[in-house]
Design a protein around this ligand. Structure first.
Ligand code: GLC
Length: 433
C-alpha cells in the first residue's frame, strides 16, 4: 500500500484527483516583459515603475479564450495572481487605487476571469502576495526595490498598518467572488535578512489571525504553506524543482503541488529562450503524478492580454496528449510497483499506467518487475490496441553467459516503431485480488 497523506483542514478530495492546474502571473510587469521581479531586481523607484501603470491597457484580453485554452490542455483548476509583489491589484479593491480599474484599461480584470473559468468547469484559486513594494507602510526589507535608498530605509513604516491592509484585501477576495477553491499566499522569508535589513514572516503578516480569517470565510479552501505557520495549511509547494520521490513533512506524506514555469520567468518575459518543450512538460506532469503530486503550470500573459505563441503551442501539445491519455493522470497517484528504467508508473486502483519515456529498441524486451501473474489485460492507451504480455524467456546460453532478467517479471511485446504519441502510455489492467 502507498502511504496516504492525513486528511487536511481544507477540502483536498478534489485536489488530489484533478492533478493539473494553470498558474497565471499577470500584472503591469507584463509591460517591461523582463520578469515579474523587475522592480526589485533593477531597484526601480515608484516614479519609474509608474510608467507601466499608466500604460497598462490589455485590449485583447479575452478570459473566455484563456479558459478555453486551459480546459483544452486538460487543466482542471487555475490560480491567478490577484496581487503580486509589486502591489498591483487585478480587481477593484476598495482599499487601494493601485488597481486595474485605475489604469487606462479601466476595468476589473479578475471577476470576468473567475466567471469564464468557472463556466468551463475549472475550479478557482487566488494567489496573493504577502509582500507589497507599493504600500507606504510596508517596511523596507531585503527584497524591497528601495533597499539601497537610505532615506527610504530610515522612513517610519508601520507593518501593523500594512497587515491590516493585507487582511482587508484577503477578506475582499474571500467574500466577493463566490466559493474559492485555493488560496495561495506568497511568501515568507523570516531568515533571509541581508545587509542589516530583515526578512519577514508570521509576526509581520499576523499569520495566525489571517489564518483564522481564511478558515472563517472559506473553511474548505485549499491553503498553501507559505504563511510561515507550522500547522493548518493543506499542501506544500515545491517551486521549480522536481522532487526525487513522494514529498514528506516530518516523515509523513503530505498533499503537494509542484509549481513550474515554461521558461523560468513567471511573468511574461519576451527575451527568455529557455523554454521547455511539450515533451519535457508532459514528462514533468507524469513524473509529478507518479510521485503523488499535482502540477501547477504557469503562463505569463502579455500586456495586450494574450497568451503568447510559445505558451499556446505547448498548451495545445499537452492538450492533444491529455485528450487520449488523461485517465492516466486524473485520479491517479503513486504505485507500489517499481517501474523499469526510463519509465514512470501512475496508478488508479487496479489500473496501472506505464509511461514510456524512451521507447525500447528493436527486440529489446520491456520487463516489468514484480508483475508476474498479475496482469489481466494490457493496451496502448492512446488507441486501445492490445499489447501482448509474456513470461520472460530464460537466456540459458551454452557459453554460460547470462543476460540478466527477473524471473518474477513479465515482458511486454511492443512494436519496434514507437507509436505516434509524444509519450506512449500502456494501460495495464491488474487482476483484482
Ligand atoms: C516566488 C516568486 C514569485 C512567484 C512565485 C511562484 O516565490 O517570488 O515571483 O510568483 O515564486 O511560486
Amino acid at each position: 500500500m502507498v502511504p496516504k497523506p492525513a486528511p487536511t483542514p481544507g477540502d483536498s478530495s478534489w485536489f488530489v484527483r484533478d492533478r493539473f492546474g494553470l498558474f497565471i502571473h499577470w500584472g503591469i510587469y507584463a509591460l517591461p516583459a523582463r520578469h515579474e521581479w523587475v522592480k526589485s531586481r533593477e531597484k526601480l523607484g515608484d516614479e519609474t515603475y509608474r510608467k507601466y501603470f499608466e500604460r497598462f491597457d490589455p485590449d485583447l484580453y479575452s478570459p473566455a479564450a484563456w479558459a478555453a485554452e486551459a480546459a483544452n490542455a486538460g487543466m482542471k483548476y487555475f490560480v491567478v495572481t490577484t496581487k503580486h509583489h509589486d502591489g498591483f491589484c487585478l480587481w477593484d479593491s476598495k482599499l487601494t487605487d493601485y488597481k486595474a480599474t485605475r489604469t487606462p484599461h479601466g476595468r476589473d480584470l479578475l471577476k470576468p476571469m473567475v466567471d469564464a473559468f468557472r463556466e468551463r468547469g475549472l475550479r478557482v484559486g487566488f494567489y496573493h502576495s504577502l509582500l507589497d513594494w507599493h504600500h507606504p507602510e510596508f517596511p523596507i526589507d531585503c527584497h524591497h526595490p528601495q533597499r539601497s535608498d537610505e532615506a527610504a530605509r530610515a522612513s517610519k513604516r508601520d507593518v501593523r498598518k500594512y497587515a491590516e491592509y493585507l487582511h482587508g484585501q484577503t477578506r475582499e477576495l474571500l467574500t466577493q467572488f463566490g466559493k474559492i477553491d485555493i488560496l495561495w499566499f506568497d511568501f515568507s522569508y523570516p531568515n533571509r535578512g541581508t545587509e542589516g535589513l530583515p526578512g519577514k514572516g508570521r509576526e509581520d503578516w499576523q499569520s495566525e489571525k489571517l489564518y483564522e480569517l481564511v478558515r472563517e470565510l472559506q473553511p474548505q479552501v485549499m491553503l498553501n504553506n507559505r504563511l510561515d505557520l507550522d500547522t493548518g495549511f493543506d499542501f506544500l509547494t515545491p517551486e521549480q524543482v522536481q522532487p526525487q520521490g513522494r514529498v514528506e513533512l516530518n516523515g509523513q506524506p503530505v498533499v503537494w503541488e509542484a509549481c513550474q514555469t515554461f521558461s523560468g520567468s513567471w511573468g511574461y518575459h519576451r527575451d527568455e529562450s529557455s523554454w521547455k518543450s511539450t515533451d519535457q512538460l508532459l514528462r514533468m506532469l507524469i513524473d509529478t503524478v507518479s510521485k503523488g503530486g499535482n502540477l501547477l503550470l504557469n503562463v505569463g500573459p502579455t500586456g495586450r492580454g494574450e497568451f503568447d505563441e510559445r505558451a499556446l503551442e505547448r498548451l495545445r501539445g499537452i492538450g492533444a496528449w491529455m485528450r487520449r491519455n488523461g485517465r492516466s493522470i486524473y485520479g491517479c497517484g503513486e504505485s507500489t510497483f517499481q517501474p523499469p528504467v526510463d519509465c514512470r508508473y501512475t496508478q488508479n486502483g487496479s489500473r496501472l499506467y506505464l509511461h514510456v519515456f524512451a521507447w525500447p529498441f528493436a527486440r529489446q524486451q520491456l520487463q516489468l518487475p514484480g508483475l508476474k501473474g498479475k496482469i489481466a489485460y494490457a493496451q496502448l492507451l492512446h488507441d486501445a490496441s492490445e499489447v501482448l504480455v509474456e513470461e520472460p524467456r530464460h537466456h540459458a546460453h551454452s557459453s554460460g553467459m547470462s543476460l540478466g532478467g527477473d524471473p518474477e517479471a513479465v515482458v511486454l511485446k511492443l512494436p519496434t516503431q514507437p507509436p505516434p504519441v509524444v509519450i506512449p502510455t500502456i494501460e495495464l489492467f491488474l487482476k483484482e485480488e
